[in-house]
Write a protein that binds this ligand. Structure first.
Ligand code: ZN
Length: 493
């Protein structure tokens, strides 16, 4: 929000940054000590007055809460690293399980007894528990130490102020009061009992969101020395009629999104991008020839408009999909935006801007309507047959054609619709996890295929083409059963 603070008030707020950041640094040292001794950060660490600072006690508490928040999110990212490391290791399954348990509950540095539910052959035995042994716990600490060592611990030199009700208050202006602003923001400063009151002017975007104003504000110090003040709202859920349980979407190469039901959305999207891509490349070339910086005014304008176009189109298409199908859950791939039709520049733009737009929109749909979003691992989704599970690079005949090369199946579909169905089939399975490597997925798909071939040696309604000699499931092998080596066509996984 635009603020109307005068120079004096602004200075008073800016004075807080240096001691605030320094205190955050100090308190985080104490928090780390606590963490390594007990396994937890302490939100209620109360000997704050031992840490000298110009901040008031309340400001110290607010600062500590913010620091702990930063530490907790840092540690939960490391927990993901831990999971990935253990997942890919060659440790026996039962040790992995125990490590996952410790990791899930963040017990790496907990020194009491750790009990976990008993599993036999991957099945949980109800009501039974086992103690996790010291050697496993030591191993967990070692793995955790290893993942910690790969990252710098959070620093606080550039943090902004996240102020809660202890040190800041937000008041709507009085009825019939001044018209130039809408809220008063009261912030306690380094001078005890002498807070500043800053008038704020609201804007359309903030007022347009339905929800309750929270007693919380962000005070950001920009590089150019300007103060930025942000208020926060708790958003209400909007009314929403669920028509389908789930829908899976495939980000295509020729249409933006295909659904498992066979609809194609955003048909012109890539054409427009291709066109703009040509223009940008031409402009860049001309500039480079004249040894000028690529980013001319015209270039920048086209780029900006292009980003806007991407964002608007993505929003429009996703809104339409939700309106049409009313899904309770949307399943998408962790997206890969590389498109062979585009220049490097365009692919970069698409993967930055497009990904952000999609993730933001999905997040908004989640917040507004409570739609659940699941991301699945994208490996091999474009080469797997959604009907029989046969996976081979050559299944994808061209950009938009998918023809299964399993002679007993021969399913022919729009490639992106097939992709969407495969994504759907991966949802909530172990193949959905982004920790699984491409190779492991390929092997699992192969196993699945073999298993289902043994169960159903003949695919119903087969479209067998006898003429295909080189096909992997040819006449020389039993029907539908492939030689493992040939599964993948030319490329090794
Ligand atoms: Zn097939």
């Amino acid at each position: 929000m635009k603020h109307e603070a005068n120079k004096r008030k602004e200075e008073k707020v800016k004075e807080m940054f240096q001691p605030y950041r320094k205190f955050a640094e100090e308190v985080s040292k104490a928090e780390w000590n606590h963490f390594f001794a007990t396994g937890r950060f302490n939100k209620y660490l109360d000997n704050l007055h031992h840490i000298p600072s110009e901040l008031t006690e309340r400001q110290k508490q607010t600062c500590r809460d913010q620091a702990v928040g930063i530490l907790e999110s840092f540690v939960s990212n490391r927990a993901n690293d831990f999971k990935r490391t253990v997942f890919r290791s060659k440790l026996p399954q039962d040790i992995k399980l125990q490590l996952f348990y410790i990791n899930k509950h963040h017990l790496w540095h907990c020194y009491g007894e750790i009990e976990m539910p008993l599993f036999i052959d991957g099945e949980r035995v109800r009501g039974e528990h086992v103690l996790i042994g010291d050697d496993i716990r030591k191993l967990a600490r070692r793995v955790f130490k290893h993942v910690l060592s790969k990252h710098r611990k959070p620093s606080y030199g550039n943090i902004n102020l996240a102020l809660d009700a202890k040190v800041a208050g937000i008041f709507p202006k009085e009825e019939g009061g001044a018209t130039e602003f809408d809220y008063w923001l009261k912030i306690s400063t380094l001078e005890r009992g002498n807070p500043v009151h800053i008038p704020l002017k609201t804007n359309y975007y903030f007022e347009d969101v339905d929800g309750d104003l929270k007693n919380f504000c962000f005070v950001n110090l920009r590089e150019n020395g300007n103060l930025e003040l942000c208020l926060v709202k708790d958003k209400d859920k909007l009314p929403y009629e669920v028509k389908t349980d789930e829908i899976s979407l495939d980000w295509g190469l020729c249409v933006m999104f295909a659904t498992e039901f066979g609809d194609l959305y955003g048909r012109n999207f890539f054409e427009v991008l291709k066109d703009k891509d040509k223009t940008l490349t031409r402009l860049a070339k001309q500039r480079q020839k004249r040894k000028l910086n690529t980013a001319s005014k015209r270039y920048k304008t086209i780029r900006r408009k292009l980003k806007e176009y991407m964002k608007n189109e993505i929003n429009r298409v996703l809104t339409r999909i939700v309106k049409t199908h009313g899904p309770a859950k949307i399943i998408v791939e962790r997206l890969d935006f590389r498109n062979p039709d585009f220049s490097k520049r365009m692919n970069r733009l698409l993967s930055q801007c497009g990904r952000l737009a999609i993730e933001t929109k999905l997040q908004t749909l989640h917040e507004d309507y409570g739609i659940e979003i699941e991301y699945v691992n994208p490996a091999w989704t474009s080469c797997e047959c959604s009907r029989c599970g046969w996976t081979e690079n050559k299944n994808r005949k061209s950009r938009d054609r998918f023809v299964c090369r399993n002679n007993n199946c021969g399913t022919a579909l729009h490639a992106d619709v097939n992709g969407a169905r495969v994504i759907r089939s991966r949802s909530s399975t172990s193949l959905a996890s982004s920790f699984v490597s491409r190779e492991a997925i390929f092997n699992a798909l192969q196993d699945q295929f073999q298993a289902s071939v043994e169960r159903y040696p003949y695919w119903p309604d087969k479209t067998v083409e006898r003429g295909r000699r080189n096909s992997p499931a040819g006449a020389s092998t039993p029907r539908g059963v492939a030689k493992p080596k040939e599964l993948c066509g030319n490329k090794k996984p």
